[in-house]
Design a protein around this ligand. Structure first.
Ligand code: SDX
Length: 372
């Protein structure tokens, strides 16, 4: 037995050609995330992650049309949302609804590459519709139909708020989707790969990923960051609050990373978006508090913000309810999960590590009458 790598830290579990985290940089199919964040759009990144190259104009147009066409959700799945208790966590609702989608997908068990690509399109297209529909249904309103034009970001904000979105908000959300789309073997992506590594279906794979993303150590951190900012309330209360948490050995959500030790390259884009958007809604205090927290946690713990830290004040500025922040992460990461599922299928080997047994051995069987 070799030494146990707790949390699989440092373990290289497989090769992958989708995204790379090297020297503090993140690339999707070899293209730097900084360039994609500035020049690309989410639909183009979805194509890039799935197919390994940027689409031609006609291919991008075809994908946009396919996503728009697939954005609707069966009424029987909406019925699941209508019957869910209003206080159900949106990630629990999303995990359940995505699972229910499989009941109405005639290709759910079809493992051909063509069917799997079509399912990937349906999953990326329908996740935003489900997240927005839950917000409307739990608020006592009817879901708003997906747009018959525009981007996923534009359609999501339209379905969420029931009105034409501010173009600057659409642009910001599209950039956030680009930044969250993939990230090598993060916990939720690896959960998806373990699941489909048994040759289980794509829906099972993304449901496993949704379960993993929900946790506060992973995608659930962004919601916790906003809860922390609201609990602190004002910039002059940051120092006492953060010092108190660290003295109690509590974690500051949105900081630290298993792989990045000198900062998450996505954070700088989200920091600038937070500055602009919080100012645009007259709530710069959230950005000011975030910068103060970043400085103090850096000084006291040497930790830097990860993707979840500034995304909290960005999503808040877009009028997105706090408990929808992780579902927003899921909308984007559905692209990465499906890309990794397709890659796992293309060169599969069952993922089955070993455990170092530390329990008792040579234990006799004692008949129940002799157990006292
Ligand atoms: C995401 O993996 C990915 O790629 C994920 C992601 C993606 O795109 O898919 O990047 C998205 O999930 C980002 C991470 C979001 N989670 C959080 O912000 C939660 C807070 N962060 C931590 O819990 C932690 O930093 C992790 C979970 C992100 C990483 O944990 P590790 O690698 O297991 O590190 P660790 O828990 O062993 O901590 C090492 C040390 C410890 O100190 P000591 O006990 O050794 O003295 O650093 C400390 C920790 O206490 N530490 C923190 C801290 N993170 C680490 N201390 C305070 N606050 C924190 N946030």
């Amino acid at each position: 037995m070799t030494t146990v790598a707790k949390g699989l830290e440092g373990v290289v579990a497989a090769t992958s050609a989708i995204s790379a985290i090297e020297n503090g940089m993140l690339t999707y199919r070899g293209i730097d995330i900084d360039v994609l964040a500035e020049r690309s759009n989410f639909e183009e990144v979805v194509y890039l992650l799935w197919h390994g190259r940027l689409p031609k104009a006609s291919e991008l147009e075809a994908l946009r049309s396919a996503l728009i066409e697939a954005a609707g959700v069966p009424e029987d799945v909406l019925a699941v949302l209508r019957r869910a208790p209003q206080n159900t966590h949106p990630m629990t609702v999303l995990r359940t609804a995505i699972s229910a989608l499989a009941l109405y997908d005639a290709e759910a068990e079809d493992m051909s590459e063509a069917a799997n690509i079509r399912k990937a399109v349906r999953l990326v297209a329908k996740t935003p519709t489900l997240v927005a529909a839950w917000q409307r249904i739990r608020s006592g309103e009817e879901p708003v139909a997906p747009r018959s034009n525009g981007s996923i970001a534009e359609s999501f904000l339209t379905m969420l708020h029931g009105r034409e979105p501010d173009p600057t908000h659409v642009e910001a959300l599209d950039k956030a989707f680009i930044l969250h789309a993939d990230h090598e073997f993060n916990a939720s992506t690896f959960a998806a790969r373990v699941t489909v590594g048994t040759l289980s279906d794509m829906y099972s794979g993304v449901v496993a990923a949704l379960g993993a993303l929900k946790g506060p150590l992973h995608g659930g951190a962004n919601e916790q960051v906003m809860a922390m900012l609201e609990e602190i309330g004002a910039p002059d209360r940051v120092e006492a609050y953060i010092r108190g948490k660290l003295e109690r050995k509590e974690r500051i959500m949105g900081f630290g990373h298993r792989v990045y030790k000198d900062g998450d390259p996505r954070a700088k884009h989200l920091r600038e978006m937070s500055r602009r958007l919080t100012e645009s809604i007259g709530e710069s205090k959230w950005y000011a508090m975030s910068v103060a927290i970043e400085r103090l946690v850096g000084e006291l713990k040497g930790l830097k913000p990860n993707v979840d830290f500034y995304s909290a004040s960005v999503y808040h500025s877009l009028g997105i309810p706090r408990d929808l922040f992780t579902p927003i992460f899921a909308i984007s990461r559905m692209a990465g999960w499906t890309a990794h599922i397709l890659e796992q299928y293309s060169d599969n080997r069952l993922i089955r590590p070993r455990a170092e047994y530390v329990g008792p051995s040579n234990v006799p069987y004692v008949p129940i009458e002799a157990r006292g």
